[in-house]
Design a binder for this molecule. Structure first.
Ligand SMILES: [Zn+2]
Length: 264
């Protein structure tokens, strides 16, 4: 196992320059920080996406509705990844500001109403368990994403832009169903070491109880298109989240029987 883990870390270090950030911070500095800090060791041995525990005999209960729900931007099961932009690409959800501790204001403090209610319950439960968290970044509009991405293209070209920022229309943050959390003290924000903070440990164990998944789990970037982001949570509804957790299915793509989306 030691050899396998070491090999995986070497691969991670080599691959990180190509890593894409789903959370597309607004500045080069913000992106450089998580990449530079990515030497944190994984909490468990990596599992290849090819070893995902899905099979025809264990089809997800949501598979029947996947074709419709996965492309409906108003559905909690909508899939947005590098192969699947939102439709319409400039979709804007209904929004509200959740009653949770906020580390952001303006547009980014908003979530879809369903997500906001679930987040309020989850943040409260986590705080009761001694794992307080804050909302670091929620909704991001098409216009905001376009400005961020275009800024990267202007400064460093499209290849670098795709490393640093999601293309407009391709970010889960545009759905209102996704947000990033942080430790109230700011420990390891948007960095791999966030996985060891009380908030991250808590959401990994209990997020599904409130309808959330860690959307970009460790070593499933070949399926999701993004390296491990223990801070990026996605609301998919309590039934689907509990089902995914019970079946040990790591990604939404696999759960809904959809193809992997490693690149644009
Ligand atoms: Zn995010």
């Amino acid at each position: 196992m030691a050899g396998r883990s070491t090999g995986a870390l070497v691969l991670l270090a080599v691959a990180l320059p190509l890593a894409l950030s789903a959370c597309s911070p607004a500045s080069p500095q913000a992106t450089a920080t998580p990449a530079a800090a990515a030497t944190g060791s994984p909490s468990s041995a990596p599992t290849s996406a090819a070893q995902a525990p899905t099979s025809a005999a264990q089809a997800p209960i949501s598979a029947m509705r996947a074709p419709a729900a996965a492309t409906d931007p108003a559905s909690p099961l909508v899939v947005v990844n590098k192969r699947t932009p939102l439709t319409p690409i400039d979709y804007a959800p209904p929004l509200t500001v959740p009653a949770v501790p906020l580390a952001v204001d303006g547009e980014g403090a908003q979530l879809s109403p369903t997500t906001a209610r679930a987040a309020e319950a989850m943040f409260a439960a986590a705080a009761r368990d001694g794992a307080p968290m804050v909302l670091l970044s929620g909704y991001r509009s098409y216009a905001t994403q376009a400005a961020t991405y275009d800024g990267w293209v202007a400064r460093q070209g499209q290849e670098a832009a795709d490393v640093a920022s999601a293309r407009p229309g391709y970010s889960e943050h545009q759905t209102g169903f996704a947000f990033d959390i942080a430790d109230p003290g700011g420990a390891c924000s948007l960095m791999p070491c966030f996985k060891d903070t009380p908030a991250a440990v808590w959401v990994a164990a209990h997020g599904h109880e409130h309808g959330f998944i860690v959307r970009y789990p460790w070593w499933h970037h070949e399926t999701t298109g993004y390296y491990y982001e223990p801070w990026h949570l996605r609301y998919i509804g309590a039934e689907a989240a509990a089902d995914m957790h019970a079946r040990g299915i790591p990604t939404l793509e696999e759960y809904l029987g959809l193809p992997a989306a490693p690149t644009y």
